[in-house]
Design a protein around this ligand. Structure first.
Ligand code: GUN
Length: 283
């Protein structure tokens, strides 16, 4: 029995419609939500992501500005620009696209963003708030994953959730959000021994490792919920995830495709966080 496809585009549209309605209402009340996007360097994937984020802003009636720098920009110039945006009343969200070029300290840049405008949910204050269950901006990819599960009527409670990858922006917070929903969470990473012994026992498997097609159907528990955060190129240059979709779909109960799975949800939650910030700004 092949897996049910979790259609990220369809679910994203569902949430986008209600976010767009809220933007309309805010605009009627004289408030235009605004997002500032900072892009440093010439990374082509980053350029694509930024373009997609700004296009979605436009579709939803969210005002967006783009601030672009070359690789050679100084850290201080970047920090000053962020401070200026922190003080700008027309801007409710500030996003610095990662990765930043070598020589710029990513932590320092993220910590310069006001936690009240940190719509990526990367600032240590927001990460801390998330850890203890306080209201905060949640990181967009893990938040999008939780919304997908919710939309499909899947409760993580009591389930064994295995997260492959431990990045600050996906793996670590994804595990935390699953823990908040009462899953039993195992983190796996590049140093994990006998990885398949974990993936095979996962009721919910989330892969954010960035390795093309490296988890196959035989390494998945029958009926498992499989969420693929990977965005890789295979040997033919085609976009693919971490999960070998063709074999995995025969074993899994639910599976996200790449593309069209987690990606659209990440952008949707960025829009959600920006509107939430604008709403907060008017009390
Ligand atoms: N680089 C990869 N994913 C993300 C993201 O969600 N936000 C930012 N700012 N940079 C990223």
């Amino acid at each position: 029995m092949p897996a049910k496809l979790i259609d990220g585009k369809k679910i994203a549209n569902h949430y986008r419609n209600s976010i767009a309605e809220e933007v309309k209402q805010l605009r009627k009340d004289g408030m235009a939500p605004g997002l500032a996007v900072i892009l440093v360097g010439e990374d082509s994937a980053s350029q694509t992501y930024v373009r997609m984020k700004r296009k979605t802003c436009q579709e939803m009636g969210i005002h967006s500005i783009l601030i672009e720098y070359g690789n050679e920009v100084g850290e201080n110039e970047l920090l000053e620009k962020i401070q200026q945006l922190n003080d700008d009343k027309a801007i409710h969200g500030i996003l610095v696209q990662l990765p930043l070029p070598e020589g710029i300290q990513t932590e320092k840049v993220i910590e310069q963003i006001s936690p009240d405008k940190d719509v990526d949910g990367f600032h240590p204050v927001n990460i801390g708030r998330m850890m203890i269950g306080e209201d905060s901006f949640l990181p967009c990819t893990p938040y999008g994953i939780m919304k997908m599960l919710q939309y499909e009527g899947i409760s993580p409670s009591g389930k064994h959730a295995v997260v492959v990858g431990r990045s600050n922006i996906v793996g670590k917070p994804a595990g935390q959000l699953l823990l908040r929903e009462n899953a039993t969470v195992t983190y796996c990473h590049s140093k994990t021994e006998n990885l398949v012994s974990y993936t095979r026992s996962a009721d919910i498997l989330i892969s954010a490792a960035g390795r093309p097609n490296f988890i196959s159907g035989k390494d998945i528990k029958p009926g498992a919920i499989v969420i693929d955060v990977g965005m890789n190129r295979d040997e033919n240059g085609r976009l693919c995830g971490d999960i070998d979709f063709e074999t995995a779909k025969e074993t899994a109960g639910y599976i996200t495709p790449v593309p069209g799975g987690v990606g659209p949800m990440t952008i949707t939650m960025l829009m959600f966080n920006t509107v939430k910030s604008a709403r907060r700004a008017i009390g």
